[in-house]
Design a binder for this molecule. Structure first.
Ligand SMILES: CC(C)(COP(=O)(O)OP(=O)(O)OC[C@H]1O[C@@H](n2cnc3c(N)ncnc32)[C@H](O)[C@@H]1OP(=O)(O)O)[C@@H](O)C(=O)NCCC(=O)NCCS
Length: 245
């Protein structure tokens, strides 16, 4: 599981992007909820974003009663890396990104995630063009900082890039596909499968026993290929937003 700060906290990156006061709760519980609401009122927060495990039904109901709106339902898919891994497809070259790929990766991020149904895009009160910048910014930071990504893999397709994966180690045992993208005209051609398989090999080579990926329950296209390659659901969670005005 990706590491999260405990409790409620102000989100500098969201505040800078949207120009309002934004707070977050990594994992909401009934115990944290009253404190989080008090904190937001005391700090003059406009928007609180909070994730809540699907199993926390009473917390979900308490959040609904407090005026939170559901923005997305997420699934964690995971693959066990301790057995034999699927073979890397011969037909596709996947490799770690180089600095001269950076501009193309940012272009891919912009085109693949324009209007993407993230919890940001699902919130009608947030500016859609600013939501579109999130994945471009993430790709930029992933290329520039080992704190954001441990690797960015790219797939080569006839002299250009067909897709990229942002990879992160969650712990010594677990690696994570943080972002997966295949450019529109290369979808359905095996680029995605090649990136999934290479990400499994990359994680196993780094000593991980498991690789995970967070996917939206509604995004069927991202789930099918990993599931065919042995990835299975691990847990589900919801992302809620609450506005304070
Ligand atoms: C998600 C993504 C990487 C998948 O790449 P892809 O090349 O389309 O994937 P594949 O060809 O391996 O498989 C797609 C599967 O989903 C199916 N599919 C595609 N769109 C679908 C839709 N809207 N509804 C249902 N199924 C769909 C395809 O038929 C295929 O299934 P099949 O293999 O059983 O025939 C690509 O669509 C993408 O970049 N999307 C935008 C960014 C994104 O959503 N990223 C994931 C979150 S980080």
């Amino acid at each position: 599981m990706r590491p999260e700060p405990a409790g409620v906290y102000r989100s500098a990156i969201d505040e800078e992007r949207f120009g309002i006061r934004v707070a977050r709760v990594g994992w909401m519980t009934r115990e944290i909820l009253p404190e989080a609401l008090r904190y937001c009122r005391d700090e003059g927060v406009s928007l609180l974003m909070a994730k809540c495990m699907g199993t926390e039904r009473r917390t979900v109901h308490a959040m609904e009663q407090a005026g939170f709106l559901l923005m997305e339902t997420m699934l964690c898919l995971a693959a066990d890396l301790r057995g034999p891994l699927p073979a890397k497809p011969d037909s596709m070259r996947v490799r770690p990104f180089r600095s001269d790929d950076r501009a193309e990766i940012l272009r891919l991020a912009a085109s693949c995630f324009r209007g993407y149904e993230s919890h940001y895009h699902a919130d009608e009160r947030l500016d859609g063009s600013k939501c579109d910048e999130i994945q471009v910014d993430w790709a930029r930071r992933a290329c520039d900082s080992r704190e954001v990504a441990d690797e960015v893999l790219v797939a080569e397709c006839e002299g250009s890039l067909g897709g990229y994966f942002i990879l992160k180690r969650n712990s010594s045992e677990e690696a994570d596909v943080a972002v997966a993208a295949v450019v529109q005209d290369q979808r359905g051609t095996g680029v995605y499968e090649a990136l999934v398989v290479h990400s499994m090999h990359w994680a196993a080579a780094g000593g991980a026993k498991r690789i995970t990926g967070l996917v939206q329950a509604t995004n069927v296209a991202v789930q099918r290929t990993p599931m065919k390659l042995g990835w299975v659901p691990r847990y589900a969670y919801f992302t809620f937003h609450k506005w304070f005005d």
